[in-house]
Write a protein that binds this ligand. Structure first.
Ligand code: ZN
Length: 137
């Protein structure tokens, strides 16, 4: 399974990191770490822009992170028109990993707090598509 089944709108089917989608289907949100310099990447990438190594390995994003900032989208861009409103967040995890994504609709906007603990989990979308979102930890 490649990137054609990822997210609401896919922009590419082929990628070095297509295994990301297979991992989501297995219930895991994965990031990559450069084996040469140790840099961690999400979205995952197999080529390290820091040291130019192409030797990376996958690791699972576990535990909770802290919500750094968020915004609620009222008018979605092309492909997401019917999804709005939805909330986008940036979350810091303890090991220097920073992840951008959607907050679960189960969390009301009035309950969102900067610094709150959230975890990242795979979610099934319509039409057999898959993505990830942040939920209360
Ligand atoms: Zn590197």
């Amino acid at each position: 399974m490649g990137f054609e089944s990822f997210g609401t709108v896919s922009f590419t089917a082929e990628a070095k990191v297509a295994d990301f989608v297979t991992y989501l289907e297995q219930g895991k949100v994965m990031a990559t770490q450069c084996k040469n310099c140790g840099a961690k990447y999400f979205p995952p990438q197999m080529d390290c822009p820091r040291c130019l190594s192409t030797d990376a390995e996958w690791f699972e994003v576990k535990g909770s992170g802290k919500l750094i900032t968020y915004t609620t989208v009222q008018y979605g861009p092309s492909g997401f028109e019917n999804d709005a409103p939805y909330t986008l967040v940036i979350v810091d995890f303890a090991d220097g990993l920073r992840i951008f994504g959607r907050l679960s609709r189960d969390i009301k906007e009035s309950d969102i707090k900067i610094g709150m603990d959230v975890k990242v989990v795979p979610v099934k979308l319509a039409d057999d598509r898959i993505s990830y979102e942040f939920q209360r930890a």
